[in-house]
Design a protein around this ligand. Sequence first.
Ligand code: OOG
Ligand code: NI
Length: 272
Amino acid sequence: MSPNEFFSQLWQDYVAMAPQADQIYKLFAADNGTVVNDHVAFRTFNLAPINIERLEKHFFAMGYRRHEPYRFDDKKLDAWSYLHEDPTQPRIFLSELCVNELSAAAQEYISGLVAQIDPARVDDPSVFWAGPLWKMPSHADYLRLLEESEYAGWMAAIGMRVNHFTVSINHLTTPTTLQGVVERVEQAGFAINGAGGKLKGTPEQLLEQASTLADRMPMVFADGSTHAIPTCYYEFARRYPDAKGELYQGFIPSSADKIFESTDVKKSLKAA
Ligand code: OOG
Ligand code: NI
């Protein structure tokens, strides 16, 4: 599958889960003509057949290579970033929850979800917009998972799909600053994730970022109950050149740690 086809399929799944992204995209597209993606991000569990090592082969097949590893101790996550040989293609950020670091009860529950996956399903790149590859959890199980790990709860109910797209501020003609972008998004009525401050990172760190709070969409749980839960969010990033004049390509762990919280249940309080 070509990167263009991959990202266009992902975008369709994404805006169905996060209608705000399409609305915000249109705001910037109206003023700029085109909107370029800085990166997209995926989440998974570190259990076969959906661990990073099994999923990343789809990126390699599209022309990506591993760039840098990251570790988030508090959230029990490992991650990799990927760069395409064609620098106009978006970067990819893929994290996985280290299930072995969770409580015995959570480990057992998540292993039960992953055991339902047909490994052959993971061999097709469409796995990245498959949603849950298991039976939906009951609402009680979802809440129990969330208490231990927001990320685990999100994965169990939302499943395999893109977590966010990211507007490249470098490619906008207006606004050109992160502050300006955040003001534009807030004026249009969308909430920005304030964890660690709305504006994350500095020019010295070579990456400035902000993100919306995830949309909420009603989901039907295994017990038959319907609840609006956080789905996906939109991000805005501005990169700076390093001392050699090369645009910074990495991610900033202290900023990323807070960007993950854009899907936290207590933060995305907007009713659906
Ligand atoms: C990824 C959060 C990190 C970034 O740009 O630092 C990130 C996630 O929420 O899955 O996207
Ligand atoms: Ni991101």
